[in-house]
Design a protein around this ligand. Structure first.
Ligand code: ACO
Length: 433
């Protein structure tokens, strides 16, 4: 029998049906609540709100489970690559050999950016943040492909394969160019013979007179970093992408909005914030003990960055995987004694024993280690969130598609509880106090 919930308001009962997901997650369906009762629900931060039905990613935060399209993150991390996983997320199934080959070809063909686009980088101040450049460039990219960015979902869906390849491939080139522009360095063009991660590292670190050859462990650490960030259900940036998509906006505009949402320190900016926190602890001569005590006071500006998660109330499964790969990248790079790493280890150990963190189920999240990995690879701090954006692109693309392809889709338009002034008359300037 179908489960039903009953809501009683002013002595009147309203039956509400229950929706059950494929992993037995249950939701009370309130889509007709306002029409039927005149009431809306109140859920600031959307912690209890299912904003959509999605077939991309499953998370059980209590059990520390993360799956893309049904596949456990641990299996993908062990056997797959970022590009194969991106294909899985974007298209729903792991690629066959011909599909994988075709996707790689599309990525290779699309890796250069239009030469006139290169000049756009020069318009930014030399100290512009690469996230600002990335979001602006991603949006501009659509104007170079007007046939892929029509803002007619039907037409944009017909070109979905081409558009997703353009974005996945070019985001990497744009990211590397934004770094080089910010350093006043000449652009290094992509190479056709290099795989995705090696090509990115080449565009970042080669010079016109000396190619950068990535160590396999370093390329693998980057591959894993991107794979682990490829999607994460309805987080702040993905919800933003869906929100923008729901207005009919094209994939370029929607993912550019995702970049903006990702930038903040409580989301994608956390990996950078972790390193800043470790540096300031080090500069103050603290071994982490003092900082932990301050973090426990509950002040928003003294949080232990890289700890806690809205969904995971257990060790973030991505943090476990990235921690292991981190040590092998460190060994291959010959990094033995890094003071920031030592502080990070102490912080983790101390927090995992402390009642404050245990009671609130605050465990390390993926950002706790990903900043350290990026730093070891040589990625500058202001690029950390850009790296996250490259990784998250497949998830944003797949979520855009779900919105665009939903025949019953409506524009996202939450309600509010108005708590402002009541009706009052306009006051002319000379009578204002
Ligand atoms: N350090 C110290 N205390 C914390 C932390 C932290 N990192 N995170 C949460 N708390 C405390 C809060 O003060 C609160 O305490 P209280 O119950 O005494 O008031 C309690 O834990 C619950 O915190 P909320 O803010 O309600 O948790 P929420 O789910 O809203 O926030 C968030 C999750 C934003 C990730 C938070 O844990 C945080 O700010 N962490 C640090 C930033 C970070 O690492 N962000 C990356 C997230 S993962 C990602 O985007 C890939």
């Amino acid at each position: 029998m179908n489960e039903t919930a009953t809501l009683t308001l002013n002595n009147k009962a309203y039956p509400l049906s229950v929706i059950v997901g494929t992993e037995s997650e249950k939701a009370v369906d309130i889509r007709n609540l306002r029409n039927d009762t005149g009431y809306v629900t109140y859920d600031e931060g959307f912690g209890n709100t299912g904003s959509c039905q999605s077939a991309v990613t499953f998370i059980d935060g209590e059990a520390g489970i993360l799956r893309y399209r049904g596949y456990p993150i641990e299996q993908l991390a062990e056997h797959s690559s970022f590009i194969e996983t991106a294909y899985l997320i974007i298209n729903g199934e792991l690629p066959t050999s011909p599909q994988r080959k075709r996707f790689s070809q599309l990525l290779t063909e699309n890796s250069p950016i239009h030469s006139s686009m290169e000049h756009l980088f020069e318009g930014f101040p030399s100290d512009a943040h690469p996230m600002a450049i990335l979001s602006a460039m991603l949006n501009s990219l659509g104007s170079y492909y007007p046939h892929l960015a029509t803002n007619d979902h039907q037409r944009d869906l017909e070109t979905y394969e081409a558009t997703s390849a353009v974005i996945i491939s070019k985001v990497r080139t744009i990211a590397a160019y934004s770094y080089r522009a910010s350093r006043g360095l000449p652009y290094i063009h992509p190479r056709r013979d290099l795989p995705y991660c090696e090509n990115f590292l080449h565009m970042m670190f080669s010079t016109p007179y000396e190619p950068y050859i990535a160590l396999p462990e370093v390329a693998q650490a980057l591959n894993l970093f991107l794979l682990l960030h490829a999607d994460h259900e309805q987080n702040c940036s993905t919800s933003t992408v869906r929100m923008v998509a729901s207005s009919g906006a094209n994939l370029f505009a929607s993912t550019a909005a995702g970049v903006c949402a990702l930038w903040g320190p409580l989301h994608g900016g956390a990996n950078m914030a972790v390193i800043e926190m470790l540096k300031s602890i080090h500069a103050e001569g603290d071994d982490g003990t003092k900082f932990i005590e301050q973090a426990k006071l509950g002040k928003a500006d003294k949080r232990l960055m890289g700890f806690g998660h809205r969904v995971y109330k257990h060790y973030d499964p991505r943090a476990k995987i990235i921690k292991e790969s981190f040590y092998s990248a460190l060994a291959s790079l010959g990094i033995k004694d890094d003071p920031l790493l030592n502080i990070a280890m102490r912080l983790e150990e101390a927090a995992l024993r402390d009642d404050y963190f245990l009671a609130r189920k605050l465990y390390p999240n993926v950002d706790f280690y990903s900043g350290l990995i990026m730093r070891a690879i040589g990625i500058p701090e202001n690029m950390f969130t850009v790296m996250f954006a490259i990784g998250r692109m497949p998830g944003w693309i797949a979520n855009w598609k779900e919105v665009a392809a939903n025949p019953k889709g409506r524009i996202y338009r939450p309600c509010q509880i108005y708590v402002g002034a009541n009706l009052r008359d306009y006051v002319p300037p000379h009578r204002r106090k």
